[in-house]
Design a protein around this ligand. Structure first.
Ligand code: APR
Length: 232
């Protein structure tokens, strides 16, 4: 038996595209990170064991850029939604621009740049802000610290939490994702038939069933969608 849809609940599902206009690179656009770095070298457990220094440098660079970036009009509009609705932001992003914009319920499914993690015990997290992780930085159990980021082939974080939120949402707004990485993208399949479902992005291979696709930039389209919802 599916739980009741909550008419006051809105779920946002975001990807790298929402942070593009804050100056952070996406992954699969022509100027994306995966055109400059080999995914297997910097975003897999195999890459980590082969060359941990290369992996640490990759995320150290991204951590500083994310730390210096500011939320844009799309992040801010999403935060504003909380004035009237229960809002849960499910994000694939490892930056903290949703939090910087004021969103108070952000579920990261691919980890967060601003924490280091013990490579021995997943429960041991260490706040970093913009600081780098170096070879030789160890956790309290003596194991090398790694980025608190989900690599390809690793279990995503908070899947059940994200799924349980989207099942009860009366509105789902997807922003800036190619929906090419599972199981994260599969969370959207749990959105309810009667929920209002919108995707804002520039390019999308395959639109999930039941979603209205609005092609355009996040800062151009998201604020007007949010204002419509706030003023109904
Ligand atoms: N406004 C809206 N959408 C945009 C903008 C913008 N200004 N710029 C780019 N986009 C869209 C692109 O059209 C694309 O659909 O954002 C999407 C970015 O897709 P990806 O680069 O694949 O990023 P994402 O979907 O977040 O990737 C998912 O892949 O590598 C892993 O862990 C990584 O979390 C990431 C996951």
């Amino acid at each position: 038996m599916k739980p009741e849809i909550d008419k006051n609940k809105i779920v946002i599902f975001s990807g790298a595209g929402i942070s593009a206009e804050s100056g952070l690179q996406t992954f699969r656009d022509s100027d994306g990170l995966w055109n400059e770095h080999a995914v297997e070298d910097v975003a897999t457990p195999e890459g980590w064991s082969a060359d941990p220094k290369l992996v640490l440098n990759f995320y150290n660079e991204r951590r500083i850029q994310a730390f210096q970036a500011s939320p844009n009009a799309a992040h801010k509009a999403i935060a504003k939604l909380e004035e009237k609705f229960e809002v849960v932001v499910i994000t694939q992003n490892i930056d903290d621009l949703h939090e910087k914009a004021g969103s108070t319920n952000v579920v990261h499914v691919h980890g967060q740049l601003k924490f280091a993690r013990s490579s021995l015990d997943d429960r041991l997290l260490y706040p970093l802000e913009d600081k780098p992780i170096h070879i030789g930085d160890v956790c309290e159990k003596g194991s090398q610290l790694r980025p608190h980021v989900v690599w390809f082939g690793e279990q995503i974080h908070n899947y059940e939490i994200a799924r349980d939120h989207i099942i009860t949402a009366s509105r789902v707004l997807v922003v800036g994702t190619s929906l090419s990485v599972f199981p994260a993208a599969g969370i959207l399949k749990k959105a309810r038939f009667h929920a209002e479902k919108i995707i804002v992005t520039l390019n999308l291979e395959k639109k999930p069933h039941g979603f209205k696709l609005l092609r355009g930039k996040a800062t151009a389209l998201v604020p007007s969608i949010i204002n419509n919802w706030l003023n109904v």
